[in-house]
Design a protein around this ligand. Structure first.
Ligand SMILES: NC(=O)C1=CN([C@@H]2O[C@H](COP(=O)(O)OP(=O)(O)OC[C@H]3O[C@@H](n4cnc5c(N)ncnc54)[C@H](OP(=O)(O)O)[C@@H]3O)[C@@H](O)[C@H]2O)[C@@H](O)CC1
Ligand SMILES: Nc1ncnc2c1ncn2[C@@H]1O[C@H](COP(=O)(O)OP(=O)(O)O)[C@@H](O)[C@H]1O
Ligand SMILES: [K+]
Length: 514
């Protein structure tokens, strides 16, 4: 486990912090260290912003009553000595002791301090140290008004630990919250920063590592924490790289994709292209007979299985080649573009004993058949990849405001690994081990990008399923890879330039970078 993978709640962070202090680290020394690191990072970022804000020397520091405010005051002092024009806004009648001492010292240095909004001078940046992980109740009255006022300034805001007003664990807005352009998360990632509802407030998030001993993290979270961020480390451990020099095509997985209909032919192509990018040894794609020529022209390396079709152009029954049955495949991915008319096909694959990914229409069909009763029958690996709408159809009784809890419940009820898609995709296995994909791009919010993910994941699963890997690690690796391709593509082509086909062309580039 690396520190970049760790995710903590406020209570866990407090316990970890408590152990450090109990071991002898003085609170004031830790605050100095943290604030020094923040000041360095702020100065580096400000330099990068200089092209946009040429003068950029005037900094307003927002100070709260607790140690988040203390951090901010040390940053104020540091920036003052580095030649910035600093002022402080501190409206609270009572401060924690250490914070109060730093406030007194800042005043003695002649840094202007204000309690009222209408007296504040102009500035180029704001640093937000109003509340950190100590915020547990709604912000109201003067303090809420102040936050809204600063948001309206439209200046870059750098938040210390998390944007003031966000709940540390759920990411929900407690009354109102600072809309930061940048967040310096201190020590370990707070769970709230990885929740979708917090995203509009965080801006760019950066972890400030202040050398928390791993032993303290393990003591509080256990040797293997349950909820983690997906990072390159997991991905490198999971990818089927390097390949064995003596492998052959049948050893590198045989994936069966079941997808597409006359109406949704493109979905089948995108799923196939996603699978192609995974490096799969053998790829078979079952589609309705009438779209077979189209698939052949896009994926000449794949075995396209043309199946009999319904009047509506959906697959009516799986007609596999001679001497082949479902057990001939190492994995099956089923769903994109199928339409609901393919119900018998979905029932058939669910009854097989092959590792199975269900997506899109296959999920809607499962919901109609009865999610839990249908999936509990399965003896082998099942992966479900719903977006929020599909999730709701599958699990109408699960509240998904806390997406982490929702995905854990869904996985435990069905015995499947569940991936809940979104801006911050969350993945859980039935035992509640969760991965959160914390780097992505809204460029992916386009029809067809989920089909690419299903193909990619199917291809990975088929290659590694018989090796000693956790299925949730494979699913997480596919999600990470897919998002990184989106990020890379958006960097070169803007957030509007990443259609699903283009996305498939960037998948391989991600691997070159690792
Ligand atoms: N973890 C670490 O290792 C390190 C942590 N560090 C820093 O400490 C921060 C945590 O500090 P913290 O515990 O003092 O809490 P913080 O978030 O500053 O604010 C709580 C204060 O706000 C008040 N308050 C609460 N709600 C309110 C409301 N709605 N409206 C008005 N007031 C409200 C509450 O007062 P009370 O509840 O008593 O009224 C309390 O005084 C952390 O985020 C990080 O920046 C670093 O310095 C070093 C390394
Ligand atoms: N705002 C966003 N930020 C990051 N990723 C997103 C965002 N919106 C959607 N995505 C990703 O894009 C993909 C969309 O999948 P899905 O909704 O199944 O699309 P489709 O069914 O059209 O292929 C998912 O992987 C999802 O996580
Ligand atoms: K803050």
């Amino acid at each position: 486990m690396t520190k970049e993978q760790v995710i903590v709640t406020a209570a866990q962070m407090r316990d970890i912090e408590g152990r450090i202090f109990a071991a002898g680290m003085p609170v004031a020394a830790l605050m100095e260290k943290v604030a020094g690191l923040i000041s360095d990072s702020f100065a580096r970022r400000r330099q990068r912003l200089q092209a946009i804000i040429p003068q950029g020397q005037r900094v307003g520091i927002l100070v709260g009553p607790g140690h988040n405010g203390g951090d901010a005051l040390v940053v104020a002092r540091e920036l003052h000595f580095r030649g910035y024009q600093v002022w402080i806004y501190q409206p609270f009648p009572k401060l924690k002791e250490l914070t109060s001492q730093h406030f007194q010292y800042a005043q003695s240095l002649g840094i202007p301090c204000f309690q009222e909004l209408d007296k504040l001078p102009n500035c180029d940046f704001l640093i937000d140290g109003l509340f950190g992980f100590g915020l547990e109740r709604e912000i109201t009255d003067t303090f809420a008004a102040a936050i809204n006022y600063f948001n309206d300034w439209n200046k870059p805001i750098f938040s210390i630990d998390l944007p003031s007003g966000l709940h540390t664990d759920t990411g929900e807005v407690l009354g109102t919250a600072i809309r930061a352009t940048h967040t310096f998360c201190l020590g370990l990632w707070k769970q709230g920063l990885l929740q979708e509802q917090a995203l509009e407030y965080i801006g760019q998030a950066e972890l400030i590592d202040f050398d928390i001993p791993l032993a303290d993290i393990h003591a509080v979270l256990g040797e293997v924490p349950k909820i983690k961020r997906i990072t390159k480390t997991t991905v490198i451990q999971t990818l089927p790289l390097p390949r064995s020099p003596i492998t052959h095509k049948y050893k590198a997985g045989h994936l069966l994709l079941i997808c597409g209909s006359k109406r949704y032919a493109g979905g089948a192509i995108l799923t196939g292209l996603g699978a192609r990018a995974s490096g799969i040894g053998m790829l078979s794609i079952a589609v309705p007979e009438s779209i077979k020529p189209l698939l052949v022209s896009h994926l000449p390396e794949a075995l396209i299985i043309g199946c009999p079709e319904t009047e509506t152009g959906a697959i009516s029954n799986l007609e596999l080649p001679e001497k082949t049955d479902l057990s001939s495949f190492t994995a099956i991915a089923c769903g994109p573009g199928l339409t609901k008319d393919a119900t018998p096909i979905v029932e058939q694959v669910i009854n097989s004993e092959v590792p199975l990914i269900l997506d899109a229409d296959a999920l809607n069909i499962v919901a109609q058949l009865g999610t839990i009763s249908t999936l509990q029958k399965r003896q082998t690996t099942t992966v479900l990849t719903p977006h929020t709408g599909e999730f709701h159809r599958l699990f109408p009784d699960i509240n998904y405001t806390d997406r982490v809890k929702a995905v854990q419940t869904a996985a435990s009820q069905t015995g499947a690994v569940v991936l809940l898609k979104g801006a911050r995709t969350a993945i859980s296995n039935p035992q509640g081990v969760v991965w959160i994909n914390s780097e992505s791009t809204p460029a992916l919010a386009r029809g067809g990008s989920g089909d690419v993910l299903t193909g990619l994941m199917g291809g990975l699963l088929a290659q590694v399923v018989n090796k000693q890997v956790n299925i949730e690690d494979v699913v997480a690796t596919a999600a990470w890879w897919h998002s990184q391709a989106g990020i890379l593509a958006a960097a070169e082509r803007t957030e509007l330039g990443v259609d699903a086909f283009t996305l498939t062309q960037y998948l391989m580039r991600v691997l070159l970078d690792i």
